[in-house]
Write a protein that binds this ligand. Structure first.
Ligand code: ADP
Ligand code: MG
Length: 315
């Protein structure tokens, strides 16, 4: 079974989130490799833990090649009902890590790669939204890539609780924090949320920020010298000017980002609209020099999994 820590052998640490650690593990009997996320809960956080268990049940029902699969959830003390203060998620292992890791290594990505990322994430959001699920935590570290170059959406949060990030204290890495990719209506419900947004538009905002970050090579709302605190961030999100995209971006790309980063959620592009946006549907000329550059990178050995991004799923 997949319901006890004893079933797994820990191989290595894949990463740390705000409230837990993710291990690469091997199942002792079927020899499959998984990612195991262990969340630690404060003894007092019974309610929060209960919410996390509910979310885990929803996560387990998700069945799409666009979503990182959750195979099982248990407490190290036994089933999820036991009072143990941790919760273990057995997840599909994504060999090439997260888009955050890719951006740390390479800073900027070519447009045709970003277009492929946008299409996959929109398709994933389309699936989640059709299941009445708002993700609420779209950010580069929740977009994971496997060794076939396929990018998938991981984690999500319901009712303000994050699977994987249960406390909202600012993360060490500002851009990986829970709030950096939040839409204006979630910061300032009174101003923007008079008609009570259903939340779906918030995921589109976050995607807009992610694709922009892929292009400019850093979190786009706070300039490098700025102190990345809560107030700066909130001002940038709610009151900042519309982002001026660099001249290097194509007109389709600019238009796509503007449709995503429309501050008024009622006017923002919807997932369905954006799935047929020219930036996403554009047929990239694969013999263009941009593509050759990318293959060049791959051959240098620095971008071996990029090469597979290029050859397989992403466009
Ligand atoms: P966050 O999403 O805020 O980074 P998480 O606890 O969800 O926090 O994940 C921590 C890190 O572990 C991620 O940034 C990612 O690099 C890695 N990780 C998470 N899930 C997986 C997975 N299924 N496969 C491979 N690596 C993963
Ligand atoms: Mg995560």
């Amino acid at each position: 079974g997949i319901n006890s820590l004893l079933d797994f052998e820990k191989l290595e640490v894949l990463g740390h989130g705000n409230s837990g650690v993710v291990h690469k593990v091997c199942h002792r009997r079927n020899a499959n490799v998984y990612a195991l996320k262990v969340l630690r809960f404060d003894e007092k956080a019974v309610v929060v833990r209960q919410q996390a268990v509910q979310e885990a049940e929803i996560l387990k029902r998700m069945d799409s090649p666009l979503i990182v699969k959750c195979h099982g959830v248990f407490s190290s003390g036994g089933d999820t009902e036991s009072v143990g203060c941790d919760l273990c998620f057995v997840m599909e292992y994504m060999e090439a890590g997260s888009l955050h890791d890719v951006l740390l290594m390479h800073q900027r990505l070519p447009e045709q790669i970003i277009s492929g990322i946008a299409r996959r994430v929109l398709e994933g959001l389309h699936y989640l939204h059709s299941q009445q699920i708002v993700h609420r935590d779209i950010k580069p570290s929740n977009l994971l890539i496997n060794n076939r170059g396929e990018i998938k959406i991981a984690d999500f949060r319901v009712s303000g609780v994050v699977v994987g990030q249960l406390n909202s204290t600012p993360a060490n890495d500002f851009c990986m924090g829970t709030r950096a990719y939040m839409s204006p209506e979630r910061f300032d419900p009174e101003r923007w949320d008079g008609d009570l947004s259903d939340g779906f538009a918030g995921d589109v905002w976050s995607l807009g920020l992610v694709v922009l970050e892929c292009h400019v090579g850093r979190f786009p709302l706070v300039s490098p010298g700025q102190k990345p605190d809560w107030a700066t961030l909130m001002c940038a999100i709610c009151f900042g000017e519309r982002m001026d995209m660099p001249e290097t971006a194509s007109p389709e790309f600019r238009s796509f980002v503007w449709r995503c980063l429309e501050k008024d959620w009622r006017k923002r592009g919807t997932v369905t609209e954006l799935l047929s946006h020219p930036f996403v549907t554009k047929c990239w000329n694969t013999s263009s020099s941009g593509t050759k550059d990318l293959v060049g990178y791959a051959l240098e050995g620095q971008l071996s999994f990029f090469f597979s991004l290029f050859s397989f799923g992403l466009f």
